[in-house]
Structure formats: C-alpha cells, structure tokens
Design a binder for this molecule. Structure first.
Ligand code: ADE
Length: 251
C-alpha cells in the first residue's frame, strides 16, 4: 500500500519510521511519502493560511497550495492511478474498525492534514470534480485536535496493521476489541499469584489455570459481554452477541 501525507509539520509523522509500521516500510509492504505543504507556495513567506471570508476566529488554509500539492501527489503515481483522499477533521465521519478494514483494501491513500480552522472548501470541489478523487473527512472522535497529523498516525497504524504480513501473528487480529463489536476480555500472565508493592495478593482467575478450553472460552466471552455493558453499552446492540445474552444487562 502507498500512503502520501501532506502537512506543514512533516516531522510530526516521524513515528511512522518506528515499530511494526517502520518494519513494514523497510519490508516494502508500505510506501509512505510525507510532503511539506509549504513547498507548494510561491511567496517569500511560504504562506499557507489567510483570514476567513465572512469573519470569525482563526485562519483558513489557502486553496492554491493544496491544489498544487494534490496535483503533485497524483502526478507522482502511475498514469490513471488515483489515491483515496482522507482529510482528518472533527467534522468528519467517525473512524471505526470497519472503516480501517475498508481503507486497508485501498492500494493508495493520501492524507491532507489541515491546521487552523480548516481548508478552503473549494479544495474539496477541485479534488473531487477536477482530479476525480474520492475525498472523505474522517474524525477520530468527538474532541478537537490541533491538526490532522496525530489522526494520520492513528489511522495509518490501524490500517497498516491489517495489511497482510505487517502483524506476524494474524490470529491476534481476530480476538480484538471492535473486530466483532465486543471489547476484549482481560488478560493475565505469570505469576499466578502476585503480591503488589502494598502487600496485597491478587490471583489469576482459577478457570484460566484449569486447562479446560471450553470453560476458558465461555469465561472470556462472559467477560467481554460484561466489559462492553459496563464501558460501552452503545456497542452491545450492534455486536454479534446473541439477544439472549443481552437480556442480563440493564440497557
Ligand atoms: N483534527 C482535529 N480534530 C480532529 C479529530 N477529532 N479527528 C481527526 N482529525 C482532527
């Protein structure tokens, strides 16, 4: 998969060199190219923003540098190839595991990182109508970040780990929170009996030491239901939990 990122803070994307994403890049599974938006300006101050028409607080990103940046990204690809463009922003569609799976199917993503109050709306029209790009605004959640860069790190990590070969143990992708609409069960490792620095001893739930795989699977499923009911009751109805299982929870 190829990923282009356009930003006025390319250094923000440095973590994409680390860990499994960095390894995926070195292994040739992921081709990440980060571009400085200011390289597409033509004035001495490399201006990327200006005041909003109609008044109001803050600054708006100018259309011309964005148009040229998108032109350059498209031109760097194979003839006829088009990236799917993602603009991170709090006004976008929610980023979910389902969207991560959808994006993992794309051969080419291009992230446009806005800052300030956002990008001049005409850039969206240019990208869609003149360049033939699919553009989606995507939000990490109902809170406001200073810009799209942190969202790009999160989205790229969630997408790239779904690519074949990026995670060594593909099984670990299956039993995760959000893969089937339930949160994960709690996990434990050695020692079976652990005494904390304050002197309290806490034991691993005995069923996990029983060797009874059926009982362990049932316990874990029950834990997932209880956790989801406690922390994310909104998820339970659309999860794959059976209706009978949900009756126990006061939703
Ligand atoms: N940029 C600013 N806030 C954001 C959010 N919540 N999600 C994605 N990108 C953002």
């Amino acid at each position: 998969m190829r990923i282009d990122v356009v930003s006025i803070f390319p250094e923000y994307l440095a973590p994409l060199d680390l860990s499994l994403i960095g390894k995926a890049r070195r292994d040739g599974l992921l081709d990440v190219r980060v571009h400085q938006l200011r390289d597409f300006t033509h004035d001495r101050h490399q201006t990327v923003d200006d005041t909003p028409y109609g008044g109001g607080a803050g600054m708006v990103m100018k259309p011309q540098p964005w148009a040229e940046a998108l032109d350059a990204v498209v031109a760097s690809g194979d003839a006829g190839a088009r990236p799917r463009v993602i603009v991170p922003g709090p006004g976008g569609m929610p980023f979910t595991q389902a969207l991560a799976r959808e994006l993992a199917e794309e051969p080419w993503l291009a992230f446009a990182c806005g800052r300030y109050e956002g990008i001049d709306e005409r850039v969206y029209g240019y990208a869609a109508d003149d360049l033939g790009l699919r553009v989606d605004v995507v939000s990490l959640g109902d809170y406001v970040l200073n810009g799209g860069e942190v969202a790009v790190l999160a989205i790229t990590e969630a997408v790239a780990r779904l690519l074949p070969g990026v995670i060594g143990n593909a099984e670990s992708l299956v039993e995760e929170s959000h893969e089937d609409g339930l949160l994960e069960y709690p996990v434990f490792t050695k020692p079976a009996s652990w005494t904390s620095p304050t002197g309290t001893t806490r034991d691993v739930p005995p069923v996990l030491l029983s060797g009874d795989h059926g009982a362990i699977a049932r316990w874990r499923h029950q834990q997932r239901l209880e956790r989801t009911a406690a922390r994310r009751p909104d998820l339970l109805h659309s999860s794959q939990a059976a209706d009978g299982e949900l009756a126990a929870y006061d939703l």
